[in-house]
Design a protein around this ligand. Structure first.
Ligand SMILES: Nc1nc2c(ncn2[C@@H]2O[C@H](COP(=O)(O)OP(=O)(O)OP(=O)(O)O)[C@@H](O)[C@H]2O)c(=O)[nH]1
Ligand SMILES: [Mg+2]
Length: 441
């Protein structure tokens, strides 16, 4: 990817009105372009100091009274000259300023382009650049904490250490090639394999914690399923603490599934209410039931809601994590042991709902457990490749294969680690990562 020298501009604050709205410029001409509108004529303001300014358009009209700050290169987020304008948070004013800045020579930034430039300038490695988007998107305290660790470079630094250890082993294998040895002697092979063991163990540790870390970032999906009228939507509303889903005495009220994200004790939980399962009476309901089944299949935790006052034998479902034995206020008997773990509740009175929530939180906590920062799918795919290459190298070392083959595997592991950090990462991968950012970041 060629380094672009043009100056980019975007609104950095969210759409809508607010106390403050920020326009950000980055690139060689950032200061010169901003200067034209801010009256920075003879001297530029002190770097990194916020100063009052007036933004004037091409016709001399004042657009906004604001605060402006400049970050000369390379001590800025992008590594280029950056200017930020902190104006009043009205999209009309902000968009007008952006249009004026474009007229003066800036270009609209693509999503994630500021962070992409920071990455290209070497301010962040690729795992840190991803962390910026992950941190902004985090919907729970736990997810934000993990994203902050990623942003601090914990994963990137760990991967660099692993690569260094592999480079050292490879150097010894290459030495054997230089001496034109046909194969590595068994004692030497065993010793080198032993030196790879801690690297393999660390890769395995990162992979083992991936599922937990991913749940921390993406949340834990809790899906309510069951027969029509069992009280799924009532329970959904109770768990959320708001009347989100429609509840009626009619069977087949919920046609499509509903999702709502809640944060329970620092964990992001995505609660899903689904259409009741029965033989559908129409096309819409049939589709709704199909979607319910798909939602059930994608659940991390499945809660089967059963009307305990008139239990219906439900259709075949994946085994639920727990049964919510509902409507106990109507005098439902004890849940039959065949149902497995069941918690008596009443969505109407709220009885037992706290116990159900506590049960779900405990399971959600187990789902996010672990201490891996390898939280994204890209990390998992890369680390699995590294693990496979290391395993092939270990086998080669213990089986006395030619040093060339072993060196090849060790170089493959290094290359994959390099791509994870962002060195020689294919351009499509970079594009896919940065296109998921918001504009202005
Ligand atoms: N007495 C009593 N009635 C309940 C309870 N939970 C739900 N109901 C009633 O049962 C009926 C169906 O409730 P819903 O929450 O719509 O049930 P659902 O499982 O979402 O139904 P579908 O969307 O049709 O599949 C409504 O009349 C609710 O008021 C409960 O714990 N006790
Ligand atoms: Mg419903």
């Amino acid at each position: 990817m060629a380094l672009e020298q043009d100056t980019i501009v975007a609104i950095a604050t969210p759409a809508g009105r607010g106390a403050v709205g920020i326009v950000r410029l980055s690139g060689e001409q950032a200061e010169a372009i901003a200067a034209r509108h801010l009256g920075w004529t003879t001297t530029l303001p002190r770097p990194r100091w916020l100063g009052r300014a007036r933004f004037v358009d091409g016709a001399g009209e004042v657009v906004d009274d604001l605060l402006a700050v400049r970050f000369p290169a390379p001590a800025s987020y992008t590594g280029e000259a950056v200017v930020e304008l902190h104006g009043h948070g009205n999209p009309l004013l902000l968009e007008r300023m952006v249009a004026e800045l474009v007229r003066s020579g800036a270009r609209l930034a693509r999503p994630g382009e500021f962070t992409e430039r920071a990455f290209l300038a070497g301010k962040l490695d690729l795992t840190q650049a991803e962390a910026v988007a992950t941190l902004i998107a985090a919907r729970s305290e736990g997810g934000a904490r993990l994203a902050r660790r990623l942003l601090a470079g914990e994963l990137g630094a760990g991967l660099v250490r692993l690569r260094q250890a592999i480079v050292e082993v490879e150097a010894e294998v290459e030495a054997a090639i230089d001496f034109a040895e046909e194969e590595i002697d068994p004692a030497g092979g065993a010793r080198l394999a032993e030196r790879l063991a801690p690297v393999t163990a660390e890769v395995a540790r990162l992979l083992a914690g991936h599922a937990g870390a991913r749940h921390q970032i993406d949340g834990v999906r809790v899906v309510l399923v069951g027969a029509v009228n069992a009280g799924k939507s009532s329970l959904f509303n109770r768990l959320l603490g708001e009347e989100r889903a429609i509840v009626t005495p009619e069977a087949g009220t919920t046609r499509d599934y509903l999702e709502q994200v809640v944060e329970w004790e620092g964990i992001e939980v995505c609660l899903v209410d689904t259409a009741g399962l029965r033989v559908a009476t129409g096309a819409a309901e049939r589709q709704g039931i199909e979607r319910s089944r798909a939602a059930a299949a994608a659940a991390d935790l499945l809660v089967q809601v059963v009307d305990g006052s008139a239990p219906v034998v439900d259709e075949a479902l994946p085994p639920p994590a727990v049964v919510a034995w509902n409507k106990v206020d109507l005098g439902a008997g004890a849940p039959p042991a065949t149902l497995g773990e069941a918690i008596p509740v009443s969505a109407r009175t709220g009885e037992g709902v706290a116990a159900l929530r506590t049960w779900l939180v405990a399971r959600a906590r187990a789902a996010v457990a672990g201490d891996s920062v390898a939280c994204l799918e890209r990390h998992r795919l890369g680390l699995e490749q590294v693990a496979a290459a290391l395993e092939a190298a270990r086998e080669g070392l213990t089986a006395g294969l030619t040093p060339e083959l072993i060196a090849f595997e060790l170089r493959a592991a290094q290359a994959t680690l390099g791509a994870l950090i962002g060195e020689r990462t294919p351009e499509q991968v970079l594009e896919a990562i940065f296109s998921h950012f918001c504009v202005g970041k």
